[in-house]
Design a protein around this ligand. Sequence first.
Ligand SMILES: NC(=O)c1ccc[n+]([C@@H]2O[C@H](COP(=O)([O-])OP(=O)(O)OC[C@H]3O[C@@H](n4cnc5c(N)ncnc54)[C@H](O)[C@@H]3O)[C@@H](O)[C@H]2O)c1
Ligand SMILES: [Zn+2]
Ligand SMILES: [Zn+2]
Length: 354
Amino acid sequence: MDKMFANVFRGAGKFGIEEVDRPHAGVGEAVIRVTLTTICGTDLHIVRGEYTVRPGLVIGHEPVGVIEEIGPGLSGYQVGDRVLIGAITPCGQCRACLSGQLSQCGRTSGYEAIGGWRFGNTINGAQAQYLLVPNAQANLAKIPDGLTDEQVVLLADIASTGISGAESGGVRIGDSVVVFAQGPIGLCATAGARLLGAGLIIAIDSDENRLAMAKRMGADVVLDYRHVDVVSEVKRLTEGGSDVSIEALGTQETFENCLRCLRPGGTLSSLGVYSGKLQVPYDAFAAGIGDYRVITTLCPGGKERMRRLMEMVKRGGLDLTPLLTHVFPLDKIREAYRIFGERLDGAIKVAIKP
Ligand SMILES: NC(=O)c1ccc[n+]([C@@H]2O[C@H](COP(=O)([O-])OP(=O)(O)OC[C@H]3O[C@@H](n4cnc5c(N)ncnc54)[C@H](O)[C@@H]3O)[C@@H](O)[C@H]2O)c1
Ligand SMILES: [Zn+2]
Ligand SMILES: [Zn+2]
């Protein structure tokens, strides 16, 4: 068996580069040589032991690369094609996929909650020299000529997720939108609200570097929650409450503040991953009869989603390269996790070059 280097999870706090078997493509599969990937906040939860995956798994779920092997059953692709693959790899054939719920893909059967997220979760992932792509016909998105790996790598996960926060929230032209937290996901939600034509975008965080980036991504007003009463300031700026509040952190406090900022009939679009109990206080919820909508979204994937996002980059409407603050070779991945995890040196996203 030929070998490759990959970042292997071994248990809480234990991970690093190992030599492992290189994958080969079976029916309906492809192998790509990874040319660029990155580290997600979710990978931090994995290596810290806060989200469980099986020891021995190669982690990472944001791949850009070149097709190396094409398994039987694929059409329209050639070895050497440059491709982007979403973090979520729907099968394209199950009940969930064919009903339009690609991220909750159940593969051969019906729906499976979060079932579309396989890379670095239930199958080997992208922080490696080579990656086996399942259901490749539904997931290999060819990169248009002229776009660099750096221009598209963040579309696989954080941009698809963040922008979906604005889409699921039903942002309309002229809407007021407040985005709680300006981590990579929140910054992309801010960019998404701008793309959809929001009138006023208010971005909340406490990190000066990230608040400055929020302005670059399209925020009109940035608020540091340590220094202002965010809810009353949003109510004042929006003259009564936001049309859409986007939650991009995953805490009780930010979820609740999202609700409290909304105008009656507004939409809370939630992207955060919560732990423990999440409560809805009756007063923030108009006792249940305020005509609110609460919607949650898992990162949309599949090749059509990737094509649409790349189209926005190609047309000049979306530039995420300022978010890629650092780059490391694969063999320095532990250092990359440290810089990213501790947010050192202004890190927002780090690129990994296998
Ligand atoms: N829905 C999805 O598909 C999906 C995908 C990936 C990640 N996520 C989730 O999205 C969330 C955000 O991810 P990320 O990588 O951008 O997070 P991150 O940890 O990198 O950033 C969080 C940001 O929140 C800010 N913050 C902390 N407390 C705050 C407060 N009270 N109010 C406002 N801002 C505050 C921090 O300063 C930081 O900038 C996480 O819960 C993550 O698990 C969801
Ligand atoms: Zn992720
Ligand atoms: Zn499916």
